[in-house]
Design a protein around this ligand. Structure first.
Ligand code: FES
Length: 160
């Protein structure tokens, strides 16, 4: 299905572009606006972003696949990213990952049937000093223990 920015979002896109000397430099904020509108970065979104920024779809794909903040598939209301890279792994990151997986009953890159949660195992999120960590959408939770991990999931469930 074709993707077009809403009128308001297109204004935001233009504002973002105007802050840079070259259109292509606005790729990150433009993708962010697209993801906010569409929920994830589909192939159609990438085509539209490429067209607007006058770059190739491959250029867009390169950015989308490099940064964990962009999702290529639909995600839940709470997208949980658990880091299992070296620092987190050494401090129990896999245990945290397995715990979240079991609590939610979903696997990597899956969404719960009620669309409330999705799970993703990710590489370093730049919070190695406070490993192990996970992110829920844009919020980081650090120095995790089994107990604090359970509490995070429970409080998100209770928020709904
Ligand atoms: S290794 Fe997990 S945040 Fe860096």
């Amino acid at each position: 299905m074709e993707f077009k920015f809403t009128e308001d979002n297109f204004k935001r896109v233009e504002e973002s572009i105007s802050k840079y000397p070259h259109k292509r430099a606005a790729i990150m904020p433009v993708l962010y606006i697209a993801q906010e509108q569409n929920g994830f970065i589909s192939g159609e979104v990438m085509l539209e972003v490429a067209k607007i920024l006058e770059i190739t779809p491959e250029d867009v794909l390169g950015v989308v696949t490099f940064y964990t903040m962009y999702h290529q598939h639909p995600v839940g209301k709470y997208h949980i990213q658990v880091c299992t890279n070296i620092s987190c792994m050494l401090k129990g990151g896999y245990e945290i990952y397995r715990r979240v997986k079991n609590k939610l009953g979903i696997d990597n890159m899956q969404v719960t049937p009620d669309s409330l949660f999705s799970l993703e195992e990710v590489e370093c999120m730049g919070s190695c000093g406070t490993a192990p960590m996970l992110a829920v959408n844009e919020d980081y939770y650090e120095n995790l223990t089994n107990e604090s991990t359970d509490q995070i999931i429970e409080s998100l469930k209770n928020n709904n």
